[in-house]
Design a binder for this molecule. Structure first.
Ligand SMILES: [Fe+2]
Length: 195
């Protein structure tokens, strides 16, 4: 009897490592890793992971010692969260790192921001929303080094989502942005602002 091919977590992680081993460019890395996350979702991940749980929380699935961008240490995290209060947006970047965000079930709203420079060079740049993406089941997007976004969890549904960060963001200096003024401040955290 032939066995059905299953894309295991072990193979998924081996493929993630292979992407870093093959590509030095952050866009190629993030794009290919987003594809692999969609494939893992199609094969029952992360619910089938031994590292994933039934309670709400953040589950660290994998941490690499060798590969990452720009330095070693990419991290695979999976989240289970209940309906979320609608919050004030908390725009942030990921410093020199990129992040792939994928929704397995439920939904997240991703908002991208950018500075827009007026032709009058004496003016401060405006801080604007450039894209709002409703992420539903199976949707994976990535935020590149320097790009700015905020995440709002579904106010009505339980959401299972995953995040692959190209390094451990606890060790990376990055910025949070005030949505009204566009002013930024430096911080280093994997979890705040959310996330
Ligand atoms: Fe983020």
């Amino acid at each position: 009897m032939t066995q059905t091919a299953v894309y295991t977590e072990q193979q998924f992680i081996a493929d993630l490592r292979e992407v870093f081993a093959t590509h030095r460019d952050s866009v190629q890395q993030a794009h290919n890793i987003a594809k692999l996350m969609r494939r893992a979702f199609d094969n029952g991940w992360p619910e089938n992971s031994e590292k994933f749980g039934d309670g709400n929380g953040t589950y660290e699935i994998y941490r690499d010692a060798e590969y990452g961008h720009p330095g070693p240490g990419f991290v695979v995290l999976a989240y289970r969260q209940g309906p979320q209060e609608l919050k004030r947006p908390a725009p942030h970047d990921h410093g020199v790192c990129w992040v792939a965000y994928g929704v397995k079930s439920g939904g997240n709203t991703q908002t991208r921001y950018a500075y827009r420079h007026d032709s009058a060079d004496a003016e401060m740049p405006a801080f604007e929303v450039v894209e709002v993406m409703e992420q539903g089941a199976g949707d994976v997007h990535y935020i590149l080094p320097g790009e700015i976004h905020s995440v709002q969890g579904s106010p009505s549904d339980e959401t299972i989502y995953c995040r692959i960060t190209s390094m451990d963001l606890d060790k990376v200096q990055r910025h949070r942005y005030d949505v009204e003024s566009g002013r930024s401040a430096i911080f280093s955290s994997a979890m705040t602002p959310d996330p």
